[in-house]
Design a binder for this molecule. Structure first.
Ligand code: K1U
Ligand code: ZN
Length: 194
């Protein structure tokens, strides 16, 4: 094998294109798209194809300025979530959850204001367990167990709902949900006229 020495990095000259990846921002589905109601399927093997999908999910999530995204939101019914809850501008803390399972939820609950890239410009309060324990596979297919609270717990539960075809507005009263969906439908109609 021959290497090209570029400073301290050794590049494989046989596959120069392997070092380049075009950004792939995919469109995010919005309600009432019926695909958002699908139950996503388990990932059988965490391979290069899944990692490419994960990269596309991050590109799409960052482009939309979201803090989380489930694969079904870009039309792929696989049990994959990406998330970045970094607080400071310019920093990134990418997290990947593959085949996540909730092992435990606290009896204590919290009410948090939620939004969703698939229900744009609608925010409302949702009550969920305050703390959870979950397990999932990371980007390398390693099994991880996690205890979460605060925004991480809320966001993970919100994203895991997507894997079951549930939107945060499904947790609202029937009246609030229909008002939210009508507001979204009107915004879509107005955007179509522009
Ligand atoms: O599932 C999604 O569409 C992602 C969603 C995650 C989420 C947010 C808040 C509570 C629970 C789950 C979002 O990222 S909504 C967009 C968002 O959070 C945001 C957008 C612009 C500025 C600041 C935040
Ligand atoms: Zn969402």
């Amino acid at each position: 094998m021959r290497y090209l020495n570029a400073g301290s990095i050794y590049l494989d000259r046989r596959a120069p294109l392997a070092y380049f990846r075009l950004m792939a921002v995919r469109p995010i589905l919005t309600a009432p798209d019926p695909r958002l109601k699908e139950v996503s399927r388990e990932v059988e093997r965490v391979d290069a194809e899944i990692r490419m999908l994960v990269d596309d999910m991050f590109d799409s999530m960052y482009a939309a300025k979201g803090i989380g995204l489930a694969a079904i939101q870009i039309g792929v019914p696989k049990r994959i979530i990406v998330m970045d809850l970094a607080q400071k501008d310019g920093e990134i803390e990418p997290r990947v959850f593959i085949n996540p399972k909730i092992l435990w939820t606290s009896d204590e609950t919290v009410i948090c204001e939620e939004g969703c890239l698939s229900v744009p410009d609608i925010w409302d309060e949702v009550e969920r367990p305050a703390r959870i324990q979950a397990e999932y596979l990371d980007r390398d297919g390693k099994l991880i167990t996690l205890e979460a609270e605060g925004l991480l717990a809320t966001c993970l539960q919100h994203e895991m709902d997507h894997l079951e075809g549930i939107l945060f507005v499904d947790h609202l009263s029937r009246l609030k949900r229909s008002m939210a969906l009508r507001k979204l439908a009107k915004a879509k109609r107005l955007a179509a006229v522009d």
